[in-house]
Write a new protein. Sequence first.
Length: 448
Amino acid sequence: MAENEIKNYLIMHGTVVNATSSRKASVAVADGRILAVGDLGPGDYRDFLIIDASGMFILPGGIDPHVHLSLPTPAGPSSDDFLSGSNAALAGGTTAFIDFVTPKRGQSLIEAYRLRDHEARQSACDYKLHMGISEWNQQVKEEVVQCIHQLGIKSFKAYLAYRESIGISYEDLKQLMKVVGQEGGLVLVHCEEGDVISHMQQKFISEGKTNAAYHALSRPPATEINAIRRVIGISRETSCPVYIVHVSTAEGAREIRKAKESGLKVFGETCIQYLVLNDEVYNLDKESSHVLPYIISPPIRSEENRQLLWDELVKGAFDTVATDHCPFNLFGQKDLGIKDFRKIPNGAGGIEYRLSILHNFGVKQGKINLEKFVSLTSANASNLFGWGAQKGQITEGYDADILVWDPSNSSIISRSHQVQSCDSNIYEGIRVEGRPAFIFSKGKLIEH
Ligand SMILES: [Zn+2]
């Protein structure tokens, strides 16, 4: 992937699609920004290279609000670093992403942020970082306020799972939400009840049920649904806006939709894996090597749930469709847990396919229109996470993060031609229609 030298472009004969409207228009790009949108002709833009977008859509570049590049784990870091992961993002039309700072207990949030940001600077596209909260005490409380007012970080992520390392209790979450709510920020929550899951894991292991398929069985739907209900209750009590990450259950999604309808500031995110895969991937008759790539948390659910999750998406439960992109190699990482499912690093890659998959299974199948597609893949994440005056729209003055989207290009997803760095691909063999024909990142044409 290389950057083209020419800086100015006139994208003509396409249909510009934003979250609230679509129209036939041309887009002029100069110096990394959108210079003009409208009925533009080459006469007024003489030095501009013309891009023909006939039959195509001109969309704001995707924003993935939930990714984990180079995530440190006992099985080594996730297999995409900031360079390979950002190149995979760009290849699929995602021109900005949000990763996480995950401070260790006892470590200063500000210090952890500086280290993580240094690492992230190798990214080939724009990024931001959410701040993780892995404990609650006076110092953390003071640093949360500093993050908001000095670093401009307004989104904080808490885990109810993984209590042994980074997870916190409902009571600590409530204290965090009181402070963040008062200071005008937003709290992201991983809703899975860690204590219940640990108990079930112990039980399976003691019964000799150690293979990968038991990972999913130890995290039943109720562990997510109960956590979502309680977190919505805390949001109501503290008036703190909350964003529930990677919702996998339709019932959890329904709770979020009802909370929205009652006027609460509750936002929902689901991920492509929950919309296109079902729990057949965990079939106990399969060999572990076929199951290991799909070990993610929360796990992939039943076919019935998958269909109901789409219904909830259509009804408005979700603000964003993300990936939770966090690939690990099958050989040397995932297989460390072949005899004990608790040792399998949790996560899978998807950033390269998010737009094509949502386009194919959402837009092409008539479930959502292109405006909603733009809301879910770009505009809403931009507004929620502080890019609202800069990204997520094809509008004069905005960053030239632009896709010329070919809705009928057909391709089959395969590890053999993927950009992400991983020895497996959970979407192998899936045919998708729709992909970017041209990708601009801050006005630069990305070759792919
Ligand atoms: Zn995640």
